[in-house]
Design a protein around this ligand. Structure first.
Ligand SMILES: NC(=O)c1ccc[n+]([C@@H]2O[C@H](COP(=O)([O-])OP(=O)(O)OC[C@H]3O[C@@H](n4cnc5c(N)ncnc54)[C@H](OP(=O)(O)O)[C@@H]3O)[C@@H](O)[C@H]2O)c1
Length: 262
């Protein structure tokens, strides 16, 4: 289907060095997009960039920035958008450390708010003018199923994800008329470094093996398994495409049916 193709579109992909962001870079490059990979580690970004599809004439690039450093993040995204307008932005970064909310320090919430919400607002202001000028914009936020149903033991994350969900829904209403859509993808348990960290933390807190924890988690998923990052990336690539032009302001769980609410 030609309206799934992204030729001539420029995508900025957060957290592109690993996990869901990396898989998304592969999916968008395969669909024909020029990909700019955002993350903190130049070596890993360079490795991903070297592996990206190039159907001929695609221009991939990297943008090394820390989402906690807002000023330099904004400047670097401004430069990237100036060289080529950004049409697709995958708002994705590392998740906050786990633990119960009542034990989290104020500084943990502050840092998570900065890395997720303030960084998103910083990037938005640099990418939006180009999207509006092109009358084509796709903002896709990689959040979590905790937007719908808080996950025990991920207190800071649950709080920040809810804020991001409302940030996105508000923008969807504000920007819909200009050809810019804002949607959220909510990953379930997905085979990445982040998931391994969560399993290890639970194993040590509960005195169990990582296999026991993983099997317990899978037993709550109707699909009976964890997702591969490529499965999440496929959903993201669809939302980024022209085919998804009338989808705006949604939360799309990619969780094997785990979320119990509608
Ligand atoms: N995997 C799951 O089961 C799951 C489930 C629900 C929600 N999620 C959420 O989905 C998102 C992606 O998950 P994932 O599993 O792919 O995570 P991941 O494997 O931990 O990858 C995180 C990515 O974010 C980058 N990053 C981390 N801190 C950053 C910072 N301060 N500034 C810029 N980039 C930063 C990392 O690169 P560098 O370290 O090189 O910067 C890496 O590329 C996360 O928010 C995660 O919490 C994941």
């Amino acid at each position: 289907m030609s309206n799934l193709l992204l030729s001539g579109r420029h995508a900025l992909i957060g957290g592109a060095s690993r996990g869901i962001g990396r898989a998304t870079a592969f999916a968008l490059a395969e669909a024909g997009a020029d990909c700019t990979l955002l993350g903190r580690t130049p070596e890993t970004l360079a490795t991903v960039m070297a592996e990206l599809t190039d159907h001929g004439g695609q221009k991939h690039a990297m943008l090394v920035a820390d989402q906690l450093e807002l000023e330099s993040l904004g400047l670097k995204v401004k430069m990237a958008a100036k060289s080529r307008p950004i049409h697709i932005w995958i708002n994705n970064t590392g998740g906050p450390k786990g633990g119960p909310l009542h034990k989290a320090g104020v500084s943990e919430l502050e840092a998570a708010f900065r890395q997720h919400i303030l960084a998103a607002q910083t990037i938005l202001q640099e990418v939006l003018p180009g999207m509006q000028a092109a009358e084509y914009g796709r903002i896709i936020n990689v959040i979590s199923t905790s937007v719908k149903q808080p996950i025990p033991g991920l207190g800071v994350s649950n709080t920040i994800r809810a804020a991001m969900g409302n940030w996105a829904k508000t923008l969807a209403g504000e920007l819909g008329a200009s050809g810019v859509t804002v949607n959220n993808v909510l990953p379930g348990f997905t085979n990445t470094g982040r998931l391994n960290e969560i399993i290890e933390a639970r194993a040590s807190a509960q005195g169990k093996t990582t296999d026991q924890i993983a099997e317990g988690m899978k037993s709550g998923v109707p699909a009976g398994r964890f997702a591969e990052p490529s499965e999440t990336a496929t959903a993201i690539a669809f939302l980024a495409s022209p085919a998804a032009s009338y989808i705006n302001g949604i939360n799309l769980p990619v969780d094997g049916g785990r979320t119990k609410s509608l």
